[in-house]
Design a protein around this ligand. Structure first.
Ligand SMILES: Nc1nc2c(c(=O)[nH]1)N(C=O)[C@@H](CNc1ccc(C(=O)N[C@@H](CCC(=O)O)C(=O)O)cc1)CN2
Ligand SMILES: Nc1nc2c(ncn2[C@@H]2O[C@H](COP(=O)(O)OP(=O)(O)OP(=O)(O)O)[C@@H](O)[C@H]2O)c(=O)[nH]1
Length: 428
């Protein structure tokens, strides 16, 4: 096994930079640079020197013994003054040590996975944790990283292995005295797992939103003040505004954080009848994107106007360009009147939806869970049919266990690892 090293903190000037080393020669590398191997897990101040004895930096060195580190391997951290020159000089010195090489992206985490410090779902949670930009993303990734999914899978697997064992016991004893009918107990176990899987699957769409962002579309007739409102929310001139009706043609997207949630706001072409072919395409796009969005803010030109689009139950219907706020249900991009109220309404609705988010954060999880569900359904049907189908039922249950094993990466890991780690930073 190679010993790997990498800069774990971001490149560029910083207060402190962290270089990580992991593998059988990690302490050896520390000894070469720092002169000795400080006691494990204690920050020790050392002068780091290159092989010619030139001082590289005064640094904090922390050693982690094999079996008690992030990767599970012998590893060490060099906490350096965060200058580009120091980092480069230290990395150069490490490169010259035989048996050491620069880590690939995600390789430290990969080793943690190989050493059973993390399961695959946790690795995926960790990837999301590093990508997290909003509060909701941080919380979701942390939940997955903490191993919530793995724990559930463990419980499900336990129930299914027990069910299969019960069924198999009846097969083995088929010729002898038949033990009591196990099917009621098996059916209960199967039903319990199915209910929990269903809940996870139902929350998958929401966890996806938290990862990728909710879409909120601003819709209304031309000149309703949509672009001005978007710009006010974005805090910049993301969309062109003008007194000419029909200014916005394409869908304009602005990503922002609303109440801790990642939200993509969509400014859309004003909805009206038009002879202009280009505008008509824009209007068609506006309608379809708005329909697919999670929520719509429908702007009216004046109180009592008929909305351009039929509002869904949670949609907001507001009178736009109302600078003074004569109406509770009004908003002005120009003065900012009503914007706070609108934002808290939107984030309230989206947050309540986000509560149902599950740990199924990737398509891979959804696919494995759907497979598990399908096999569970067949297993249940076979059990219901009767004793002569017991063997088939047990076989279906083994398939479920297989799908669950894939889910947490007990098997078939290699096929997904490349994809997962391609998004990792070097040093993680
Ligand atoms: N400086 C530094 N900060 C960091 C990390 C790191 O590697 N270095 N981490 C890296 O991502 C995260 C912390 N994760 C870690 C996870 C496990 C162990 C570890 O040594 N585990 C041992 C001992 C556990 C214990 O003392 O309770 C073990 O699990 O056996 C260290 C860091 C975030 N902050
Ligand atoms: N008084 C006032 N004028 C506004 C407000 N919002 C927009 N306007 C003006 O109304 C005109 C149209 O505003 P836009 O934001 O471009 O309207 P839009 O709904 O995006 O228009 P289209 O792109 O044509 O669909 C511009 O002249 C804006 O300056 C507002 O809150 N108060």
């Amino acid at each position: 096994m190679d010993t790997i090293y990498a800069l774990a903190s971001a490149r560029g000037k910083a207060g402190v930079a962290v270089v990580r080393i992991s593998g059988p020669l990690a302490f050896w590398a520390v000894e070469i640079l720092a002169g000795d191997v400080p006691p494990a897990r204690r920050a020790a101040l050392r002068l780091l020197k290159d092989r010619e004895g030139g001082v590289l930096d005064e640094a904090l060195v922390i050693c982690f013994e094999k079996g008690a580190s992030f990767t599970g391997e012998e590893s060490a951290e060099l906490q350096l003054h965060g200058s580009v020159a120091i980092v480069n000089a230290v990395l150069r010195t490490l490169a010259k040590i035989d048996g050491l090489r620069m880590a690939d992206p995600g390789e430290f985490t990969r080793r943690a996975l190989e050493n059973d410090r993390l399961d695959l779902a946790q690795v995926e949670g960790l990837a999301d944790l590093i990508e997290a930009e909003t509060e909701a993303q941080r919380r979701q990734a942390l939940r997955v990283f903490s191993g919530a999914l793995g724990e559930k899978v463990e419980r499900w697997r336990h129930a299914l292995v027990r069910s299969a064992a019960l069924l198999e016991a009846t097969i083995d004893f088929a010729d002898e005295e038949v033990p009591s009918d196990v099917s009621p107990e098996v059916l209960v176990l199967i039903a319990e797992v199915m209910i929990e899987l269903e809940t996870e699957l139902a929350g998958a769409a929401m966890s996806e939103r938290i990862r990728d962002g909710f879409e909120v579309a601003i819709v209304g007739p031309p000149n309703a003040g949509k672009s001005t409102l978007l710009n006010a929310l974005a805090g910049r001139e993301a969309a062109i505004t003008s007194e000419v009706a029909g200014t916005t043609r394409d869908v304009i997207e602005v990503r922002m954080e609303l109440g801790g949630l990642p939200v993509t706001l969509l400014d859309t072409a004003g909805l009206r009848e038009t002879e202009d072919a280009v505008e008509a395409i824009g209007i068609e796009r506006a309608r379809s994107r708005a329909q697919q969005a999670d929520l719509r803010v429908i702007l009216l030109p004046h109180a009592g106007a008929v909305p351009e689009m039929r509002p869904e139950p949670d949609d907001l219907v507001l009178v736009g360009k109302d600078d003074t706020g004569q109406d509770d249900l009004s908003v002005s991009g120009k003065t900012g009147q009503g914007i706070d109220r609108m934002v808290s309404h939107i984030s309230g609705i989206l947050s309540s939806r986000a509560l149902s988010a599950s740990s199924a954060i990737r398509d891979r999880h959804k696919i494995a869970m759907k497979e598990a569900m399908a096999s569970l359904e067949s297993a249940r049907n076979e059990v219901l049919i009767g004793a002569d189908r017991t063997e088939i039922a047990a076989e279906e249950l083994r398939k479920v266990v297989h799908s669950l094993n894939c889910l947490v990466g007990r098997i078939d890991v290699e096929t997904v690892l490349g994809e997962i780690f391609s998004s990792f930073c070097i040093g993680k």
